[in-house]
Each structure stands twice: as structure tokens, then as C-alpha cells.
Design a protein around this ligand. Structure first.
Ligand code: ADP
Length: 501
């Protein structure tokens, strides 16, 4: 149980499960844009709010700057003249109001960098050496937002349009600077509220997306579970019908491939059953004959020794036949084993053919069939000698067996740089065209009774074909009924084991 949970966990972490992958993808796609949007909205707000605040304050300061100029504040800030003192008080009040409004501090600095007025009253009369102030005296207003300490500092030039610009460029001269610093706390506060609100939304959507991701990943992968269930059902034997899960193109492909496999397995199973039925039938026939012969002998009470001999000869021939079938079946079963079982060696094919023909010559002579061998060149090939002997013997034996009286059999051996060809042609009965497709099937015989008469089991060509295919060769046949047949076997000179190409 623990191992199973561990396996599931490992599968989960390795992201091998489609369900988990879908879940993670949906989660990322659903959540990441929300987080990015929140960041961009909040930081955008901050930037815009700071800019807005600066431009509002700047506008108000420009107005104050004009008042300063009109009242010659910078030149007469020490004068005791009542008119100046009054207007100074008005301007001071204006400055005070701005400072209070924005929770900040405003300083008026004249062109000699002296602080003329400070709303905090701390630095009046002092000289200020600041890069920003000097820059501003040159005509350029500046601002600086200190995020860490939560304040904005800015400089506003006080421009006297009537005075001559020392550079001679444009009109007006900077006669003083308004240095302002004010708190950005209210901006930060609004930002925090915004952040908090959007975070609440984000968490809510996260929960929803989490749920959606779980549901979708389960729903979307359901068809695959259905495929597995359907396959398991077939495997468990509840059904052998083709399965159908038409939800996705992918499941249709998987199911199609499985159905094809199922069909092949069924065909294999059918052919196995056919084979077993055929084997039983073929093995039973000689047994039945033997029993009939033996029974009829026993039934005759005073059977002569001659009759016994005659019946016993028939019984022996049936036993031989049974024996032949069993030998061929064993050969066939051996062929069905793996190709690795081939005993490959370099074999002189000419010598092998000569040897086989020598063995078969007595049978040919008995049927008065002429056996001719034509070799185009010496051939040596990597083959399994025993299996190749079976191939050659079967083909030549068939050519003799299914021949006419005074007929001929011609065996030709040739080779190119890749293959050798072993060709057996005869002047025999030939094979009807409609039978050509079946002659390699087990127990198939064109003329059952004739074949049985001449000792055929119907397994020879099945064995031959298996042996040829094991050598990665090919076998072809051409035949005209009543004229003769020609079998051609093509085998690679060098054996290449499966999977080594
Ligand atoms: P069998 O043991 O009956 O010869 P095979 O598998 O060798 O079985 O051959 C299958 C059938 O093909 C044979 O029964 C025969 O009818 C036909 N056949 C095979 N070789 C020849 C041939 N050279 N000429 C005519 N018919 C042939």
C-alpha cells in the first residue's frame, strides 16, 4: 500500500501523468496573468499618481512664483515697508497652505543660493548647495521620488520674464528657486489599498481556477481512462468485441490500433484452432485405417498367412504415413521457434545440392523422371545446413512426386553479389491458378487423394516457406496446369540476424 502511494507520488512529481500536466498548465495559465496584471496595475498607478501629484504641485508653485515676482519678494523680503510686508504675509500664507495641503516643506531660494523662506523656519538665511537647485537656476526644473523614504522632492524655477537671459537664449531669467519636498504617504496608502483589494480578488480567482483545473484535468483525461477500462475488459475476457471511444482523434487512433491487434490475435487464435483440428484429423486418418484393417483381420477366423501378410503390409504403410506426419509436424514446430535457433555456418551450396540430388535420384529413377543439375557458379553462403537441406529436398521431391512418367526436373543454382537463387522447374502436373495462394498453408493439398497416394502430408511447402523466411529469403512459384511448375528460392549470401540491420 505504502509502495503504491509512493509510486503515485513519484508519478505525480515526475509530471508523467497527463492529468497532472493539464492541471499544472491550467493553473499556470489561469493564475500567472492575474498576478502580472496586479503588479502592472499597481506599479502603473504609482507612476501616474506621482506624476499627477508633481504636476499639480508644480502648477500651484508656478502661481506662487508669479506672485513672488510681482511683489518683488526676493529683493524686498527684509524690507519693513508695510506694503511689502503685507504682500509677503499673503505669499507666506499661500506657501504655508501648500505645505500643509501636501504635508511638506517649501523653501524659497534666491539666485545666490540663499534660503530666503522656509515653511519649517529651520534653514532661513542659510545657503544651500544642491545639484538640483543649481540645475534649476539654470532653467531646468527637477523632481526626485524617494520611494524608500516616502517623499517627493522637486524644484520650480522662478522666472522673471522681463529680465534678460544671461545666455541670450529665449526670454526671462531664473531669479530664484522654489524647493519643495512633500510626503508620498497618501499615494502609498492608496496603492496598498489597491494591492490589498486586487490580492483578495486574486485569491478568489485562484480558488476558482484551482477548482476548474481539477475538474478540467479529470474531465479531459476521462476518455483515456475509458480506453484503459475497455482494454482491461477485453483483457479480462468479458468481451472480445472491438472497442470504441470516439471522444478524441487520439483515442480513436489508439482504439483503432488496439482493434487491429485484437483482430490479428483472433485470426491467430482461429488459425491455431484450425491447425489443431487439422492435425487431429490428419493423425486420426491412418489410425482409423489401421483399426479397420486390424478389425477385418480379426473378424476372419481362418485367415491365411498370406492374407495376414497383405493386411500387415497395409498396416505398416499406414504407420509409416503416421510417422511421416509426426516427423513433418515436429519439423514445422521447430521452424516456428525463434530465428536465433538457426545454426548458421558457411556452406558450400553446390556440394549440398549435389548431395541432395544424389539422395533423391533413386526416387526419380523409380518414377522415370530425369533429374538435371545446372550450376552457373560456385556458391558459398551463410545458412543453416539442416534447414536448407529441408528446403531443397522438399522442392525437388515435390517436383519428382507431382511429375508425369518420363518427365524431367531441372535444378538451377546461380548467385549475384547479394543472393543465391535455387530454382526447381519440372514438367509435372502443374498447380491450378486458384490453388497457388494456398500451397504454403499447412495441410493444403491440391488433390488430397492423389497427394495421400504418393505419401504427401501437405506440410512440406509450409516447412519450406518457414525455413526460407528464417533465412530472410523469399520463395516464389509460377505454374501452368498440365505443363509444369517452377519454384524459385532466393537466399542472402550473408546472414543478417534480426535487429542488426
Ligand atoms: P505434400 O506433402 O502434399 O507434397 P506440400 O506442402 O509439399 O505437401 O505441397 C502442397 C501441395 O502443393 C501438394 O499437395 C501439391 O498438390 C502441390 N505441389 C507442390 N509442389 C508441386 C509441384 N512441383 N507440382 C505440382 N504440384 C505441386
Amino acid at each position: 500500500m505504502a509502495a503504491k502511494i509512493f509510486d503515485q507520488l513519484k508519478l505525480f512529481l515526475s509530471l508523467r501523468s497527463l492529468k497532472v500536466r493539464l492541471f499544472v498548465i491550467i493553473l499556470i495559465v489561469g493564475i500567472v496573468p492575474g498576478i502580472l496584471m496586479r503588479y502592472s496595475i499597481v506599479s502603473n498607478y504609482e507612476e501616474r499618481a506621482v506624476q499627477q501629484r508633481i504636476s499639480t504641485v508644480q502648477n500651484q508653485l508656478l502661481v506662487v512664483g508669479n506672485h513672488l515676482l510681482n511683489n518683488q519678494y526676493l529683493t524686498n523680503y527684509k524690507s519693513n515697508d508695510l506694503a511689502y510686508a503685507n504682500s509677503r504675509a499673503v505669499i507666506d500664507a499661500e506657501l504655508e497652505m501648500i505645505a500643509n495641503l501636501y504635508e511638506g516643506r517649501v523653501m524659497i531660494i534666491d539666485s545666490s543660493l540663499k534660503i530666503v523662506r522656509d515653511t519649517y523656519r529651520l534653514s532661513e538665511g542659510k545657503t544651500i548647495i544642491s545639484e538640483e537647485v543649481i540645475q534649476c537656476l539654470g532653467g531646468q526644473d527637477t523632481y526626485h521620488y524617494d520611494k524608500e523614504h516616502g517623499y517627493i522632492e522637486m524644484t520650480t524655477p522662478i522666472v522673471d520674464p522681463a529680465a534678460e537671459n544671461p545666455d541670450g537664449k529665449g526670454s526671462g531669467k531664473v531669479v530664484g528657486v522654489l524647493l519643495t519636498s512633500f510626503s508620498s504617504d497618501s499615494i502609498v496608502e492608496t496603492m496598498e489599498i489597491l494591492n490589498r483589494n486586487s490580492m483578495v480578488w486574486e485569491q478568489l480567482t485562484m480558488v476558482v481556477i484551482f477548482g476548474v483545473a481539477i475538474v478540467l484535468s479529470i474531465v479531459l483525461t476521462k476518455p483515456f481512462s475509458r480506453v484503459t477500462d475497455a482494454i482491461n475488459e477485453v483483457q479480462a475476457g468479458y468481451s472480445d468485441e472491438p472497442i470504441s471511444v470516439p471522444d478524441y482523434t487520439e483515442t480513436i487512433h489508439i482504439v483503432d490500433a488496439f482493434n487491429q491487434l485484437l483482430e490479428r490475435m483472433k485470426a491467430l487464435d482461429d488459425s491455431r484452432q484450425d491447425f489443431v483440428a487439422n492435425v487431429s484429423h490428419e493423425l486420426k486418418t491412418p489410425m482409423t485405417s489401421i483399426k479397420v484393417l486390424a478389425d477385418s483381420l480379426l473378424a476372419q477366423e481362418d485367415a491365411s498367412a498370406e492374407l495376414y501378410r497383405e493386411f500387415m503390409e497395409d498396416i505398416v504403410s499406414e504407420i509409416d504415413r503416421e510417422n511421416r506426419i509426426i516427423t513433418d509436424l515436429l519439423a514445422l514446430v521447430k521452424m516456428d521457434k525463434k530465428a536465433q535457433e538457426l545454426n548458421i555456418a558457411s556452406v558450400d551450396i553446390n556440394a549440398l545440392t549435389e548431395l541432395i540430388l544424389k539422395r533423391l535420384r533413386p526416387i526419380a529413377r523409380r518414377k522415370d523422371v530425369e533429374l538435371v543439375f545446372e550450376s552457373m557458379r560456385p556458391v558459398t553462403a551463410e545458412v543453416d545446413e539442416v534447414k536448407m537441406t529441408l528446403v531443397m529436398t522438399n522442392l525437388v521431391e515435390n517436383a519428382i512426386k507431382y511429375n508425369k512418367e518420363h518427365g524431367w526436373v531441372k535444378v538451377e543454382l546461380d548467385a549475384d553479389h547479394q543472393y543465391f537463387t535455387f530454382k526447381v522447374s519440372d514438367s509435372g502436373l502443374g498447380i491450378p491458378e486458384e490453388s497457388l495462394a494456398y500451397i504454403y498453408e499447412r495441410f493444403y493439398r491440391v488433390d488430397k487423394s492423389h497427394s495421400r497416394e504418393i505419401g504427401g502430408t501437405g506440410l512440406g511447402l509450409a516447412i519450406t516457406k518457414s525455413a526460407v523466411l528464417m533465412h530472410r529469403g523469399s520463395i516464389t512459384v509460377t505454374s501452368t496446369e498440365g505443363e509444369g511448375s517452377c519454384f524459385t528460392v532466393k537466399i542472402p549470401l550473408i546472414y543478417i540476424a534480426q535487429g542488426k540491420e
